[in-house]
Design a protein around this ligand. Sequence first.
Ligand SMILES: CC(C)(COP(=O)(O)OP(=O)(O)OC[C@H]1O[C@@H](n2cnc3c(N)ncnc32)[C@H](O)[C@@H]1OP(=O)(O)O)[C@@H](O)C(=O)NCCC(=O)NCCS
Length: 158
Amino acid sequence: MTPSPATAAVRVRRAELSDLDDLVALEQATFDHDQISRAQYRRHLDSDTARVLVASANHRRFLGTALVFFRKGSRVARLYSIASLPEARGKGVGTALIEAVEAATRQRRGHAVRLEVRTDNHSAVRLYERLGYQRIGPVLKGFYEDGSDAYRFEKSLA
Ligand SMILES: CC(C)(COP(=O)(O)OP(=O)(O)OC[C@H]1O[C@@H](n2cnc3c(N)ncnc32)[C@H](O)[C@@H]1OP(=O)(O)O)[C@@H](O)C(=O)NCCC(=O)NCCS
């Protein structure tokens, strides 16, 4: 029997080349627009200014991912994308990924994490607010490829 993610410890690690199939499949299943391509993921895996994280349980069972960018000269990290498998949601995977993003940011002496999220993405907004993210600035009109609006959130790690 395969234990459910709720009973298995969720671990977060850096993504590897062998994760590419899972990363691309989740991206395609999750997002209709603004998709990260396989080639982009491959580049991000090798980049100094990007970190691709993978949440897994039970011997590498893939559960979700987060992509964060660290710009040179900036101490604010940007959480660009986060997703967990539909069947693994509501079990702490997203929370574990965000905590790992914050740890990676601190490791690089970053002092804040910033992100954008669709204004109608209520589950993501709730997750960010629960973890201490605060809305900053005005609504970003037409931020996404399909014309939908975004909120910008930030959490200070100080
Ligand atoms: C947003 C998203 C990443 C959240 O991931 P998740 O794995 O469901 O996140 P969590 O399980 O940590 O948190 C979700 C909820 O489950 C609850 N939860 C966490 N662990 C739990 C557990 N063991 N038992 C019961 N509930 C739990 C959390 O309290 C949280 O509640 P909230 O909605 O009040 O915040 C996920 O819904 C997703 O992939 N959505 C599609 C992609 C997307 O929209 N990404 C964000 C924009 S880029």
